[in-house]
Ligand binder design. Structure first.
Ligand SMILES: *[C@@H]1O[C@H](CO)[C@@H](O)[C@H](O)[C@H]1NC(C)=O
Length: 152
């Protein structure tokens, strides 16, 4: 009888001390355990074009329209949102750099490899002379994602 009580006390002590500590530290060490729904995501579209070229942008989701913007060379637009719990949040952009070079591409969708590149917070898209890049913040490199489409 006495041994069982000691055992139960030990189990109770372990139950109240260990798991909370483990789960708390896990949240901050492995990002896969964070729910993307609780993150406030920030999207940036950056004009990285040369020769002072403007960048025309129109970004939207099914629910929101970011609007039409002419971004000056070296500048950016940014907006933020939280994803819905159905994992269906999708933002995309139409961008144009001169009268016959444009591109349409998704800038946010529910995709863990994208979340990694965004460092679980900031998705930074950069329009350059040779195409549209996404900053891979986990590797500190700009990755070419889309070519310009010519001919309209
Ligand atoms: C966007 O523009 C702001 C204001 O000029 C600047 O501080 C910020 O660094 C820019 N962000 C990116 C990702 O280019």
């Amino acid at each position: 009888m006495i041994r069982i009580t000691y055992l139960m006390a030990l189990v109770l002590i372990l139950a109240f001390s260990l798991p909370t500590h483990i789960s708390a530290s896990r949240i901050y060490t492995t990002k896969e355990h964070i729910f993307p729904e609780f993150i406030k995501w920030h999207i940036y579209v950056v004009n990285g074009l040369s020769n002072n070229q403007d960048l025309f942008t129109h970004c939207k989701s099914t629910e929101n329209d970011v609007g039409i913007h002419n971004i000056l060379s070296g500048s950016n637009i940014t907006w933020s949102f939280r994803t819905d719990f159905a994992h269906s949040t999708l933002f995309w952009c139409y961008v144009r750099k001169d009268h016959d070079a444009s591109s349409t591409f998704d800038v946010f969708w529910y995709y863990h490899p994208l979340f990694e590149k965004c460092n679980w917070k900031n998705c930074i898209w950069v329009a350059k002379d040779d195409g549209i890049y996404l900053k891979d913040l986990s590797k500190s490199v700009d990755e070419l994602m889309h070519e310009w489409y010519s001919g309209m």
